[in-house]
Design a protein around this ligand. Structure first.
Ligand SMILES: NC(=O)C1=CN([C@@H]2O[C@H](COP(=O)(O)OP(=O)(O)OC[C@H]3O[C@@H](n4cnc5c(N)ncnc54)[C@H](OP(=O)(O)O)[C@@H]3O)[C@@H](O)[C@H]2O)C=CC1
Ligand SMILES: O=C(O)C1=NCCCC1
Length: 314
């Protein structure tokens, strides 16, 4: 008997079945812990393959993963290109394939861009919950793109900041951000203005050279470093990396892909999953960096959430 044809879930359907990033936080915490548990965690996730498309300054990422606990098998294909101002397409485009792990049949093809935006922000929220200073009041976002919006949305839902600041390379996009989100956001004219005195900082740019400098940092601040996912790209300077306690999503990925980690030669203290498990401590009283590269297992649990909701007829 042939398998049922694969379902196709476009962005509108994915949004309907995954309306808020925070819905994924429990599954993500379990996935992070399982990933950091080695073989017993039941997560199989090789370091992704990234194919440079040098002629056009782009990349294709191939991100497979299997979770025994979730009994879910996916591959995300994601392209990322330096965003051109007149471009009609976003810098990042993604599709997620969900397979039946019992026989390899393709069950669903779904938009991966919303999944990528929401699961990345949710993982940053998990890191921030453990690592931000106890008396955090000021949130600073460097960047005003897709990840800036998804991070803002889940951070405002999960935490109580008295002040939110944004800086962006193109100020008009920061102004647009401030006008479009719920709640007051202060648009800063320089990254330094946005960073000084901030307790939680989110770097979500496609910068390839540092935009955040250690001399600006308030002692005890927490930085979620989302960008710079190539070995020769930077968002953070050496002073940030050397003077912080460094947490990562994946040691293997960080040492293969993160210019901030590789070029600064900073020591990795722990994976976020080890903090979730309790086998490594959170040190919120220290200045901390969570270097996020993005993991396929995060897409796996997100795609499962979407598919289970869709197949239940919600
Ligand atoms: N860790 C993870 O799991 C994931 C990480 N990412 C990474 O997060 C970052 C943001 O992604 P996303 O929001 O989707 O991208 P967008 O293209 O939507 O936004 C990119 C942002 O970066 C800014 N920017 C681009 N070039 C530079 C530069 N040279 N210096 C300073 N700022 C710059 C843009 O500013 P302007 O308005 O001026 O163009 C814009 O604010 C990327 O590096 C991406 O690869 C993405 C997905 C998952
Ligand atoms: O995890 C992801 O998805 C990505 N990470 C960094 C590069 C763009 C996609």
């Amino acid at each position: 008997m042939s398998a049922a044809p694969a379902a196709f879930l476009a962005s509108e359907a994915v949004e309907r079945h995954f309306p808020r990033a925070s819905l994924l936080i429990p599954s993500l915490e379990a996935a992070l812990a399982n990933f950091s548990s080695g073989a017993e965690g039941g997560v199989v996730q090789p370091v992704r393959t990234v194919v440079p498309v040098q002629k056009y300054n782009g990349f294709l990422g191939v991100m497979p993963a299997y979770s025994a606990m979730d009994d879910a098998l996916t591959t995300k294909l994601v392209t990322f290109y330096e965003h051109k101002k007149d471009s009609s397409v976003p810098s990042h485009q993604a599709i997620v394939l969900l397979f039946d792990p019992r026989n390899g049949s393709l069950k669903a093809i779904m938009d991966g861009s919303i999944i990528t935006a929401k699961r990345t922000a949710a993982v940053s929220a998990i890191a921030t919950k453990f690592l931000m200073p106890a008396d955090a009041e000021v949130l600073c976002i460097l960047g005003a793109g897709v990840q800036a919006y998804s991070h803002y949305e889940v951070f405002i839902e999960q935490f109580s900041f008295k002040e939110v600041r944004i800086w962006n390379r193109t100020k008009e996009n920061a102004v647009k951000f401030a006008r479009s989100v719920m709640g007051p956001v202060q648009v800063c004219s320089s990254a330094q203005e946005a960073v000084i005195g901030a307790d939680v900082i989110v770097t979500v740019t496609m910068a390839t050279m540092p935009i955040l400098f250690g001399e600006w940092l308030k002692p005890g601040a927490h930085i979620n470093a989302i960008g710079a996912s190539r070995p020769d790209w930077r968002e953070l300077d050496d002073e940030v990396m050397k003077n912080s306690v460094l947490y990562v999503d994946s040691r293997e990925a960080a040492l293969n892909e993160s210019g901030d980690v590789i070029l600064s030669r900073a020591e990795i203290f722990a994976e976020l999953g080890e903090v979730v498990k309790g086998t490594k401590p959170a040190l919120p009283e220290k200045t901390t960096v969570f270097k996020s590269l993005g993991m396929a297992i995060e897409d796996t649990v997100a795609a499962k959430l979407v598919y289970d909701s869709w197949s239940a007829g919600n």
